[in-house]
Design a protein around this ligand. Sequence first.
Ligand SMILES: CC(C)(COP(=O)(O)OP(=O)(O)OC[C@H]1O[C@@H](n2cnc3c(N)ncnc32)[C@H](O)[C@@H]1OP(=O)(O)O)[C@@H](O)C(=O)NCCC(=O)NCCS
Length: 164
Amino acid sequence: MITIYPTEPSHGDDINALLDRSFGPGRLARTAERLRETNVPLAGLSFIACNADGALLGSISYWPVRLGTTPGLLLGPLAVDSTVRGQGVGVQLMEASLACIEPTRFAFVVLVGDLDYYARAGFRIAAPEVHLPGPVDPVRLLVRADDAIYTHLSGTVRPAPDLC
Ligand SMILES: CC(C)(COP(=O)(O)OP(=O)(O)OC[C@H]1O[C@@H](n2cnc3c(N)ncnc32)[C@H](O)[C@@H]1OP(=O)(O)O)[C@@H](O)C(=O)NCCC(=O)NCCS
């Protein structure tokens, strides 16, 4: 049985080990990391998935960002332990956390990932006017927002730790 819990500081080492295993040693060189390195994860939106023994099976976090003056969130990293992939843990983590986002506070969610995976949660490819502070494959730059917001998003996503 999988249970979702809010992330606590004591989970940090286990989460880092999971991220190292999932993304490899180059994970901190990725462009999305430029939005995290000077930022603070949103405490109420970081979750872990554990099995009945309390072992960490997955983790998700969100980081406050802005596009122009529009407040939003960067989703990620999302990682699931390789021993339990394909069993719905990632989707559970995504659904549980996305349901907690107040759209009046954060108008969009952006991430770098596979559209085939994230489309089920309402993500679509970002408009060409949307950039991250570094190179990203444009078909992997994804956004989740209402149509009215989506069509007006443009510029470079910047960290916004003041929104925490
Ligand atoms: C991507 C990841 C988080 C998915 O977690 P998961 O728990 O295995 O996913 P779920 O079991 O919730 O979802 C499984 C479904 O997603 C699909 N899926 C998984 N990874 C996918 C991908 N990269 N692209 C497209 N579809 C994918 C599976 O085929 C399956 O589809 P189905 O429901 O139609 O059978 C996990 O594979 C992982 O940690 N990968 C390494 C780190 C990573 O790449 N993270 C995402 C960075 S954006």
